[in-house]
Ligand binder design. Sequence first.
Ligand code: RIB
Length: 278
Amino acid sequence: KLRGTAKPLIGVLVPSLRNPFFADLMQSMEEHANNQVELIFQAAKDADFKANIENLVERGVNGLVIARTVERAEETFTFLKQHGVAVTVLDQANDTGMADVLTTDDYHGGQLVGEFLVNQGHQSVALIIPDIVTNNMQRRIDGFKNQWLAETRQLFEIKTVLSKHGGLAVSAKVAQLVSSGVTAAFTLNDELGIGLSRGLRNIGVKIPTDLSIIGYDNTDYSEFVNPALTTVTQPVWQLGQRALDMVTDRLKHPSMPYQAEELAVIRLVERESTQALT
Ligand code: RIB
């Protein structure tokens, strides 16, 4: 049921338009769409998820890329199927077998961070975790722990909101850990890392002399902040392109078996926010 223009209309739901990771993702989709596909981007908070989906269906989308956790997954996919909407879920694995899924190797990304901090000689680390741990974040945490906890090392977990403000908000707690011997923090995304770095510098903790900080995503901003953030590069460009391809393929071949694809993380990028312990 493609609309009269013959250009498919694809809705893209992300958790936040502010997070530069999603800005990069949207930019990638926009460029890849190359005027062959029309895109509508929308940010959906947990509480508004159903309303957002219904709204996009009312606006006549042919396909959806859902780049966030799918609330009440079976009900949602059934509703979308009834309306003939093709769906690709991005970043969040789901076991319903009712949609195409595109993820990245978060487990390996977490392992890269664990391995790096071990090789830099750290023994005691703070892990800054979002208050809502999504499926991909959990894989990141598991990969990290797989490396970090292979030998007896100290790990302190702190939960906060997944944003720059969330990182800022836990800086006093992290500063206390620094006084008791923590030498590095792994924040599960760049935004948390940037917020934490700002908060710690405000209270006199020096990065990386007193504490190394490592983020995740390698968003556009991470090399421009001061100190520039050490982080893990996600294949965000490829992610946007592939998600769009998957959803448009599904429109062309509605009955093909659902696909689950995983992209490799690119690499860890070492910048100024971390230092090896001598
Ligand atoms: O920064 C946003 C995070 O949410 C990213 O790490 C990405 O994986 C997304 O799920």
